[in-house]
Design a protein around this ligand. Structure first.
Ligand SMILES: [Zn+2]
Length: 324
């Protein structure tokens, strides 16, 4: 582990068989006998668990004296939280993602989730067992406490404010320390890679929420940005600009496709050039097709939510988008 700021340590946790490779977990050590806080936990996978436990031991931090904050409900951030929870500590997450975390245990949620493929026009049956989130999740329920935007957390001599970074998930949160200009930002903004965007339901424009929270993030005074994957972002403002431009281009590409003929998420994903496996969506393995089709779907939904000239029409179960 590496001390990245006073009392704040970066722990690189392996994410086996996942293109993200590792998670940046952060340990904020308590001062003067105070409790410590771990920000994000890694997959519920033996290799991830072994590294985390060895690092905590080396840091001299017992789980009884350490609370855990989950930035959002994805398995690479929360998978081990159930194992870290005991009767002496707390696991915090937002109330919105808390509901999702409760539902993620077991199979029902995942079976229902992959049924959304019918809206996108999948030509085959995508299985929930192929979803990486399903394979590395918590296996049992555990108690959580809600921390929502505006709430505060004192640890390691810092006073953090919980901030709203929703969009990547409906309840992603960050931790902001105004005096030290520190922000723990989960997956909201990453170096070189783009956080994946997912369809949740027809009432929630996840991309719209994500873009508006990116713009709000730009207003925060941040010098030390702690992201959950890869290397640090060298310039937050510049990266926010790149992400806004990236989604603008993708919205433009989706618009071009649907202006030719009514299209669904699958056909739009097939027409977009991706930065993965040579860019050809049709050759992706099923899990990546699931993520890419979701990505296309949220861009279509955002166009529909934000413009009056877009038409959305269901043909059977499949949703088609076109220009009016
Ligand atoms: Zn995530």
């Amino acid at each position: 582990m590496q001390e990245v700021y006073q009392n704040i340590y970066l722990i690189k946790l392996p994410l086996p068989q996942n293109p993200l490779k590792s998670l940046n977990s952060y340990l904020i050590k308590g001062t003067g006998g105070d409790r410590s806080l771990l920000v994000d936990s890694g997959f519920n996978h033996p290799e991830t668990e072994a590294v985390l436990m060895a690092e905590l031991k080396e840091a001299g931090v017992r789980t009884e004296e350490m609370d855990v904050l989950i930035t959002h409900c994805h398995s690479d951030h929360c998978g081990l939280a159930g194992k870290l929870k005991n009767e002496h500590n707390s696991v915090y997450c937002s109330s919105r993602d808390g509901v999702l975390l409760r539902d993620h245990v077991g199979e029902h949620f995942w079976k229902e989730l992959v049924k959304q493929q019918r809206f996108m026009g999948f030509p085959y049956n995508f299985q929930h067992t192929d979803h990486p989130g399903f394979r590395n999740k918590n296996e049992e329920q555990y108690d959580r406490e809600s921390k929502d935007p505006g709430d505060t957390l004192r640890v390691g001599g810092y006073e953090f404010e919980v901030v709203d970074l929703s969009g990547h998930t409906p309840g992603q949160i960050g931790l902001y320390e105004k005096n030290h200009r520190i922000l723990f930002s989960g997956d909201h903004l990453l170096h070189k890679i783009t956080p994946n965007m997912k369809f949740w339901n027809f009432d929630y424009d996840s991309l719209g929420d994500y873009l508006s929270n990116l713009r709000k993030m730009n207003d925060l005074d941040v010098e030390h940005l702690y992201t959950a994957h890869r290397e640090p972002v060298p310039d937050m403002s510049e990266r926010i600009g790149q992400m806004l431009a990236h989604h603008d281009r993708r919205l433009g590409a989706a618009l071009e496709i649907i202006s030719k003929e009514p299209s669904n998420a699958w056909t739009v994903a097939s027409g977009i050039k991706w930065d993965y496996l040579g860019g050809d969506f049709t050759k992706f393995p099923p899990p990546q097709q699931w993520f890419a089709a979701n990505e296309a779907f949220v861009h279509l939904e955002h166009l529909f939510a934000s413009r009056r000239d877009i038409k959305r029409q269901a043909m059977g179960d499949v949703f088609f988008y076109s220009m009016r």
